[in-house]
Design a protein around this ligand. Sequence first.
Ligand code: NAD
Length: 318
Amino acid sequence: MTRILVTGGAGYIGSIATHMLLEAGYEVSVLDDLSTGHKDAIDTRARFVEGSILDSDALTAALSNCSAVMHFAGKSLVGESVEKPDLYMQVNVEGSTKLLDAMKVAGIKDIVFSSSAATYGQPGDAPISEQSPTKPTNPYGVTKLKVDELLASRAVTDGIAAVSLRYFNVAGALQTSDGWLAERHNPETHLIPNIFKATPSAPLQVFGTDWPTPDNTCIRDYVHVLDLIDGHISALSIMKPGTYQVLNLGSGSGYSVREVIDTASRVAGRVMPSVDVARRAGDPAVLVASIEKAKKVLNWSPKRDLNQIMQDVVSSGA
Ligand SMILES: NC(=O)c1ccc[n+]([C@@H]2O[C@H](COP(=O)([O-])OP(=O)(O)OC[C@H]3O[C@@H](n4cnc5c(N)ncnc54)[C@H](O)[C@@H]3O)[C@@H](O)[C@H]2O)c1
């Protein structure tokens, strides 16, 4: 049976990937230092190694008997990356380098990497394709782009098979027989979970109501985490030694902040409190993925819409 190493398997996306891989018949090992993840989110059927991707011994132990890696571990808060760029370089870039070095020693060549729309920065293109220029506007996006470049170069020098998946906004939750797996970030910076945390005394802030969009709020692309992981599992079957492939994973549709709040209110059956405030520095008006390449190469398309995302978040008890 094929065993996959899931780095960051105690985190939001990695824990759901672990569960879905197990359900799809894979064996799974998880490597996580629990810095932002939760031990109780790791499926008990997975083999868990508690440790860092910066620790070669932990990597060697975690890679034992694996034939491929899904690499989710990392730091992913844009604001924190501006305050602590060295930490982001260390964990995201040095950590990924150590992972690739340990994979080389173990003779493992296949890797699927969690890259990000943050690699594109503020492109003029809408929708954003994989050919759009990469000009990250914060250290987080810089580190994701550096790992993409590292994978491309190791494909040439070491013959690895790498697929880099550039996620847009991931949301939604998964119900398992043990309960729900959902976002539990602290601090939470993502719009959808924050809508449900809003109260009349601490309403959700809508940054900017003067954007050149139909309702004057920003437009973003939201992909259900289950569709995202379906894309990862499909990626395991397109691995080609010596090749680096990059694919956007999003919904291909844009929703304004106002539409997202209205959908959340409708699904939850209560009005989500929000307040209009000034634009935030660095926010582009529209960020929507072109997913044509992923559709073609992975034979994949997202099956769940914004309504389904909201229903699952509400059911998960957000
Ligand atoms: N959530 C999104 O919308 C989104 C969008 C684009 C890209 N991504 C990327 O997807 C990945 C997963 O995101 P998430 O939302 O699940 O984040 P998360 O913080 O919930 O999960 C990350 C996991 O990595 C672990 N980790 C961190 N540093 C580690 C280290 N040095 N060694 C071992 N484990 C370590 C954490 O403990 C955590 O369990 C990240 O790489 C992130 O940059 C997420």
